[in-house]
Design a protein around this ligand. Structure first.
Ligand SMILES: [Zn+2]
Ligand SMILES: [Zn+2]
Length: 431
């Protein structure tokens, strides 16, 4: 995936989406030397002839998306994903900034490792990386990690994702520590004692004979953590909300004034546990796909703002490992290249969110939570733009996947809306 290096680019005739002003209006965007030079109508007339024109008529222009939650497998499992391959896949999905979780091998719990991931991404030149550091050393849930020095190195949030912080006293300390640095604690909510396997406990798991865990394994920890966040006055972010009761807990906490935010992922508002009927291990995710009632509650949570953000939880695994029995296969699916389209279909075409609000959940909201620079399409800002073709229909085929892994339940699906180009400073990518 090679960019064209361009001194001047004119994105001509697109509809510019600005979630901050809540507007979508037709305009040209002129980029010169990596920066937005002007936004307005008929810029072509005022532009020198050496400008590269990208025809955006019938298309939309938005700030690059920020993914708060993904897994790049470097260091440790570079066969599944590297920082370079993952950030290329992310960019092709419209994500210009991604936040990898620290459950690599070894886990990211030092300043040097944070710097390593950021450097790797800069060398690759695709999406930028803002790492999430471990809350506790080695993700062991016992001793606090070096949170302060990791913040200094560029970590933007802290989580032991993949594992919960089981000990409430440790979680309290993590919240207090992160509060001092104004960074959120991202909670993977799972009471492990309640979980026997990664399927939703209920009608489907019983019928299929799968080891399961109940929704209360998620919602009970979410309840504990929002209460701890209230007590410590710290910022808490709930990862991958999948259950109706979790949505209710977060809604209740927000009404009390707790500083809690939340994300869900496209699979939780697109699929249900019924997808497990064929024992397809590409439907095995943690938390598990749940009931239709849960799926609807997640959508209602997005609609009323209880759930703030759409993240991918992009989790690459090789086919060899996913080709195991359901109970034994690793959990997780890739998500960078399908997230935008799935959300566009279910939420915008499904009339849950306006297009502008949907784009906000991918751009300004995650940036605000993580203290990243605001996404602005205004003169003087660095170009970090995506061109969206909402009329396009395309099929997610294995051969076109840019991730090193192919574990997706959406292979073969035809979807609406795709990313047709991305512009990062002076680097133009066409997809
Ligand atoms: Zn998780
Ligand atoms: Zn995750």
């Amino acid at each position: 995936m090679k960019p064209e290096i361009m001194d001047r680019v004119l994105l001509r005739g697109g509809i510019v989406i600005d979630p901050q002003k809540q507007t979508a209006r037709r305009a040209d965007v002129l980029v010169a030397n990596g920066k937005i030079d002007a936004v307005g109508t008929n810029l072509e007339r005022r532009t020198p002839s050496d400008v590269e024109v990208v025809d955006c008529r019938g298309k939309h222009i938005a700030s690059g998306f920020a993914d708060m939650h993904c897994h790049l497998r470097e260091p440790g499992r570079e066969d599944e994903e590297t920082v370079a391959s993952g950030t290329a896949a992310a960019l092709a999905g419209g994500f210009t900034r991604v936040c990898p979780m620290p459950n690599t091998d070894p886990a990211i719990d030092t300043e040097a490792q944070i710097r390593f991931q950021i450097r790797r991404a800069a060398e690759a030149g695709f999406a930028r990386v803002h790492p999430i550091g471990c809350c506790t050393k080695g993700r062991q849930g016992k001793e606090l990690a070096e949170i302060g020095s990791m913040v200094e190195a560029g970590a933007v949030g802290f989580s032991d994702d993949g594992s919960p912080v089981a000990d409430a006293q440790v979680m309290r300390r993590v919240l207090e520590y992160c509060k001092a640095f104004d960074v959120p604690v991202i909670s993977h909510c799972e009471v492990r004692e309640l979980v026997e396997g990664v399927a939703n406990e209920g009608r489907v798991s019983t019928r299929l004979g799968l080891k399961a865990g109940p929704d209360v394994a998620e919602s009970a920890q979410a309840a504990r953590d929002v209460l701890l966040a209230e007590f410590t006055q710290a910022r808490l972010h709930i990862a991958h909300v999948s259950a109706r009761a979790t949505v209710d807990v977060i809604r209740w906490a927000k009404a009390r004034g707790v500083q809690v935010t939340a994300e869900t992922c496209p699979h939780y508002f697109t699929l249900t546990e019924d997808a497990l009927a064929g024992f397809d291990t590409n439907c095995k995710v943690n938390p598990p796909l749940r009931s239709e009632e849960d799926r609807r509650a997640v959508i209602a949570g997005l609609a009323d703002g209880t759930i703030d953000v759409i993240a991918t939880d992009h989790a690459p695994h090789l086919k060899g490992e996913k080709d195991a029995e359901f109970d034994a296969a690793p959990a997780g699916i890739i998500g960078f290249e399908t997230a935008f389209s799935l959300g566009y279909e279910k939420l915008v075409m499904g009339e849950v969110l306006s297009l502008v609000d949907y784009i906000a959940r991918l751009t300004v909201v995650p940036r605000r939570i993580l203290n990243l620079p605001a996404a602005a399409i205004t003169a003087g800002s660095e170009a970090e733009l995506v061109v969206l073709d909402l009329k396009a229909e395309w099929t997610f085929e294995s051969e076109r996947v840019r991730s090193l892994s192919r574990n997706s339940p959406f292979l073969g699906w035809t979807m609406h809306g795709r990313i047709s180009a991305a512009l990062l400073a002076d680097r133009l990518f066409r997809f």
